[in-house]
Design a protein around this ligand. Sequence first.
Ligand SMILES: [Zn+2]
Length: 253
Amino acid sequence: MTQESEALLQLSKEDQIIQQSARKLEKIPQERNLIRKPLHSVETYLTELSKKVEKIQRQITLRERLIAIEKKKLDRSNKRMMTVSNQKEFSAMQKEVDETTRILRRTEDQILDLEEKALPLQAEITQANKELADKTKDLQGDLDELDGREKELQTRSTQAQAQREKLLTQVPQKLLGAYQALVARKIVPAAIEVSTASCYGCAMAIRPQVFNDIMRAGSGVCPTCRRLIFYKAPESKEEKEEPKAKQKKAVST
Ligand SMILES: [Zn+2]
């Protein structure tokens, strides 16, 4: 088999790895979601609690702003009271000061009430977080295993892509064009090696005459799926070496 054919076959294998990895990686979020399913109810509960606390916090913030405004007003009123020239004006100012003070007290009371309302919610959040941590701990093994699998698939895909870049330069343009047209039609692997008269790409038998041509030329095209086929002579049994028993080496001291 020519070096170019070898390169194309290898390219086909790398493309297959890239495609398979992508398909498996696509399913990972779904799998993770399934593993984490027992956590969903606690997580939903925690989200609800957080929303309630946030709402209270917003109400507190609004009141704190109001207090800041009213306090400035009170300062101004107090200063103006020093400069009023008659009783009528003084009484009017006094009334204003009293009103502002009332608003301040009422708002401060409201803040206290709100803070009191938030307390049990915060306790519930602490409790739910603990429950979530405990449950997560039970699932950690499965989650770690999935993370490991995801990382492995990513590494495999990255390596295959690097290999692919290298191989692309080793295949002649015309052959590469035919190959990539197949890949574009999602026929993967697009180049395969066969030893018998059947295409394992589409699982169809190849007519003897066509197969003979392929054998003679060393390569051809599957009449059914148009995959690029490279002929590989079947390995004869004599060629297969039995694994040799390891001989013990004499240890020299
Ligand atoms: Zn085929």
